[in-house]
Design a protein around this ligand. Structure first.
Ligand code: PEP
Ligand code: MG
Length: 906
């Protein structure tokens, strides 16, 4: 732990710098760096993330005592640079307090502004600025924010609006005004008193008057917010460790609400939704930061071009736009030029898209924050590829800049174009986060979660969202809000999550109590369907069918770049020609696993399958299998054809047979009628298939060993299909895989059946097709004896679902009953069925690859368990030298990127 707890900055100097983000948090490190590169930033100081950990170890009192001297000295540092004094009524200094973790965390306390005000200081501020209205407006905002985030003022019921907002509405209603900035000084003074009374009434505590007491309260509130429920949930979703902690940034206040030469805003050096290289953002004249984000007033655009586009979307005429919503470029041209120059400088410096906050105080521009901007998956790819083309970053950096998991957004369906033409637009909001979403309306986060758990697709409709809504937003297909701009909470969080979001749809009227939303005179209830286009901001009534996404443009270029660097190839797990084609279009280089059992469930096939299960002799089984053969052959032919020229790894029958028979009386009666036997006979057979531990029972190669005729039929189907294709001029490349091997002789026995059948097929067809015979490694004993097994098997495919199950001894179907407790008690940090356990299961894999290749040099190895599409697991597979990872079609691009990153990281 670092001895130095507090780092100051200001006036072009700083004790920290950009590469100290672990200690100073992202915000603190960048504030220091901005000072060093000549971007104007108000002076301040950062309390380190180490102190946050100390706070939770040693407790509040001890940490406050440890910090006391440093904080007081640092406050003096700000005072000397700003030429004013904290708590001094004649020449007051006010500060802002913000949290700032290594990674940006929307679930945490964000900002307290105007700290240092009390009943006497406010008078001084009024005198100093000659603006009493401004002073009291600042004061009421401070009491409101402090009351909320430090003193914990919240709505009592979930239907209630914010308690301070309710007081404001009352005061405005008494005067018959509708806008906050129409309130006069007396009303603002009245607000301060009413706010303080409400705080006392709800919390039982007095609002602190002493500025130093206020500061300590805010500092501790930042640390406390690191452990609030929302922050913990966000960390869990993003895989951020609790030990990282948050820093606290205290900075001199500059004011965007000191009249019409003052303003505040948020801007991006490129478009965070599309990735286009267009400077953009929003600002408000005579306002403070949270006005822009909270969506209480309609923000204006920074650039003229952006403003025109925005007005067009809102249906606002050019005259009205210029009069009411002029861009900063038009309204404050000099400041705009400076802002534009500095945003360029910051992007050049960080070589990435920047998300910046700024304030203009009486004509002087200050930057309050810069960070690498959150962006959609589409923007992530475009920005990375554009920066390469602009010569700002190299190809490897571009690959590392993209998060594999975020590609998921580019793979989601978009609205079917034809269906969209017929759909009715019911209102228009802002295109806050792209993609298509369709679902049933819900209004509250907990309802979104509940409906989602019950299997519904939902769209969450809110006036605006807050960090409390995080879990609901995550469960929803999309989010629609009545208020808020492109930088509102809903928009920023949705983009981070890759969720479709339409924000600021001002024409919708949400009623939380009745659970209704009125749009253009029509009332939509909870449960009604609605569709959102997050790329255009349009909202539609009803359900609109969607269409699969495709790999093209920048996305394709990125994938081509992956191929240039990767060593690990990516195949797909696919059981149908349709899935195989999707995966191939996403760049799969073959099939790593076809689960043949999935083919048995369609109508006639299941009847023949059940006949086979019911048979009590080899002859009976062979008769039923003969019926299955043509179906299987047709299925295999379809898949081999869809993957023509690429390897197709087909696994022999794997699951326990009880999965193919009905367990309810009605189903058993149907089966009895189909088979022409009594229901009792069916029940007897079903009972005989019951096992205590079916996952460890009569399944995998054990089926093929007890019933070799099944292996023979499947081999015949695969190879006949391949021969037919070859005769048609195609290039089938089948691989036959034996599941659940634990003993060399299991494999040998199955191999004999396969080879014997192959000989018969080739003789009959008069043609031969090259094929390979390999095995799954999914029983720990197979990994331990991989050298023996490799003497017979031509390749290994790691079935890490079963290998995880059998290594941990956790039933893969029952883990949900104890996993949450294991995660909570930190016995496990992640679900090992999703993220490969590199220290345990991974060691078995590493050993098996080495042992296998010691006997069979260069032996092909791959993974086909669920982990094959999970980035950290894919990287591990690359590290142990596997040849390929195989995953579901929609994860192919994710695995390709992870594999390329593994090669770059080497
Ligand atoms: C595995 O066990 O990892 C595997 C791919 O097989 P299945 O999931 O079908 O058991
Ligand atoms: Mg398995």
């Amino acid at each position: 732990m670092s001895e130095k707890r507090v780092y100051t900055f200001g006036n072009g100097k700083a004790e920290g710098k950009a590469d100290m983000r672990n200690l100073l948090g992202g915000k603190g490190a960048n504030l220091a760096e901005m000072n060093l590169i000549g971007v104007p930033v108000p002076p301040g100081f950062t309390i380190t993330t180490d102190v946050c950990n100390e706070y939770f170890e040693k407790g509040k009192d001890e940490v406050v005592a440890l910090l006391k001297d440093d904080v007081e000295k640092s406050v003096k540092h700000i005072e000397s640079l700003m030429g004013c004094k904290f708590g001094d009524a004649s020449n007051p200094l006010l500060v802002s307090v913000r949290s700032g973790a290594r990674a940006s965390m929307p679930g945490m306390m964000d900002t307290i502004l105007n700290l240092g005000l009390n009943d006497t200081v406010v008078e001084g501020l009024a005198r100093k600025t000659g603006n009493e209205r401004f002073a009291y407006d600042s004061y009421r905002r401070f009491v409101q924010m402090y009351g909320d985030v430090v003193m914990g003022m919240k709505p009592v019921n979930k239907e209630d609006i914010d308690p301070f907002e309710a007081i404001i509405q009352n005061v405005k209603a008494q005067r018959g005004i509708s806008l906050d900035n129409e309130m006069n000084v007396d009303e603002l003074k009245q607000l301060v008193t009413l706010f303080k009374d409400a705080i006392k009434q709800q919390t039982g505590r007095d609002f602190p008057n002493d500025p130093m007491e206020q500061l300590w309260g805010a500092i501790c509130a930042v640390f406390d917010s690191w452990m609030n429920e929302r922050a913990i949930l966000y960390r869990k979703m993003e895989g951020i460790p609790a030990e990282w902690g948050t820093a606290v940034n205290v900075m001199a206040m500059v004011f965007g609400n000191m009249g019409n030469t003052s303003a505040t805003g948020v801007c991006f050096s490129r478009d965070a939704a599309t990735g286009e290289n267009i400077f953009n953002g929003e600002y408000l004249v005579n306002a403070q930061g949270e006005d822009v984000v909270a969506g209480i007033r309609t923000p204006q655009q920074i650039t003229k071009e952006g403003s025109r586009r925005w007005a067009e979307l809102q249906g606002i005429s050019e005259e009205e736009r210029i009069e009411k919503y002029p861009s900063m470029e038009e309204a404050m041209p000099e400041i705009y030029q400076k802002l534009n120059m500095l945003q360029n400088k910051l992007e050049e410096h960080y070589k990435d898209m920047q998300d910046m906050e700024f304030t203009v105080q009486e004509g002087k521009l200050w930057f309050l924050q810069t960070r690498n901007g959150k962006r959609t998956g589409t923007a992530m790819v475009k920005i990375a590829m554009d920066l390469v083309k602009e010569g700002k970053i190299d190809e490897k950096t571009a690959l590392m800049r993209c998060e594999p998991q975020k590609l998921d957004e580019l793979l989601h369906p978009i609205f079917d174009k034809d269906a969209l033409k017929k759909a009715k637009v019911i209102t228009q909001g802002l295109p806050a986060s792209p993609g298509a979403a369709c679902g049933q309306i819900v209004f509250h986060a907990d309802d979104a979660q509940k409906w989602h758990e019950d299997g519904h697709r939902v769209v969450m409709v809110r006036i605006e969202t807050s960090p409390e809504d995080l879990a609901g937003m995550s469960a929803a297909e999309g989010i629609l809000t009545a208020r808020g701009g492109m930088t509102s909470h809903a928009a920023v969080v949705a983009r981070g999550m890759g969720k479709c979001c339409v924000s600021g749809a001002g024409a919708i009227n949400v009623n939380y109590k009745n659970k209704t939303v009125e749009i253009e005179g029509i009332v939509y209830k909870e449960g009604d369907y609605i569709s959102l286009n997050g790329s255009t901001g349009q909202v539609y009534a009803g359900e609109i069918p969607t269409r699969a996404a495709e790999l093209s443009g920048d996305f394709k270029e990125l994938m081509d770049l992956c191929d240039k660097y990767t060593k690990l190839q990516v195949r797909t797990n696919a059981d149908t020609p349709h899935d195989a084609r999707i995966a191939r279009a996403f760049g799969a280089k073959g099939i790593g696993l076809t689960r043949t059992e999935h083919m048995f469930f369609e109508d006639k096939k299941i009847v023949a399958m059940r006949e086979m299960i019911l048979a009590d002799s080899v002859e009976g089984r062979e008769k039923a299998l003969a019926k299955l053969l043509p179906y299987q052959k047709a299925d295999f032919k379809g898949i081999l054809e869809a993957m023509d020229g690429c390897p197709v790894n087909i696994r022999l029958l794997d699951p326990p047979l009880h999965e193919f028979v009905p367990h309810d009386l009605k189903g058993q009666q149907i089966m009895a009628d189909e088979m022409g036997v009594s229901v009792e006979e069916i029940q007897k057979r079903v009972a005989s298939l019951a096992e205590n531990n079916p996952m460890l029972g009569h399944r995998g190669c054990r089926l093929g060993i007890t019933f070799p005729e099944i292996t023979a039929m499947q081999t015949r189907a695969i190879l006949t299909a391949a021969c037919e294709l070859k005769k048609e001029g195609k290039n089938p490349k089948p691989e036959i895989m034996v599941p659940l091997i634990g003993i060399l002789y299991e494999f040998k026995q199955q191999k004999e059946v396969i080879l014997k059948t192959a000989k018969e097929v080739f003789e009959k067809e008069g043609i031969e097709v090259k094929f390979e015979i390999g095995t799954m490694i999914e029983v720990p004993r197979a990994a331990l004896t991989a050298d023996k097994i490799a003497s017979e098997a031509e390749y290994f495919s790691f079935g890490t679902n079963d290998l995880t199950q059998m290594t941990f001894g956790y039933s893969r179907d029952d883990i949900a009953s104890f996993l949450p407790v294991y995660l909570e008690k930190k016995i496990l940090s992640v679900d090992p069925f999703q993220v490969l356990d590199q220290n345990g299961v991974g060691q078995l894999i590493k050993m098996a690859v080495e042992k296998g290749r010691a006997v069979r040099p260069g032996m092909r190895t791959g993974i086909c368990g669920e982990h094959g599409g999970e980035p950290s697991s894919v990287k591990f597979c690359a590290k142990v030298g596997m040849n390929y990872a195989s995953c579901s079609p929609f994860r192919v691009p994710i695995a390709r990127l992870a594999a390329a990153q593994a090669a770059v990281e080497e």
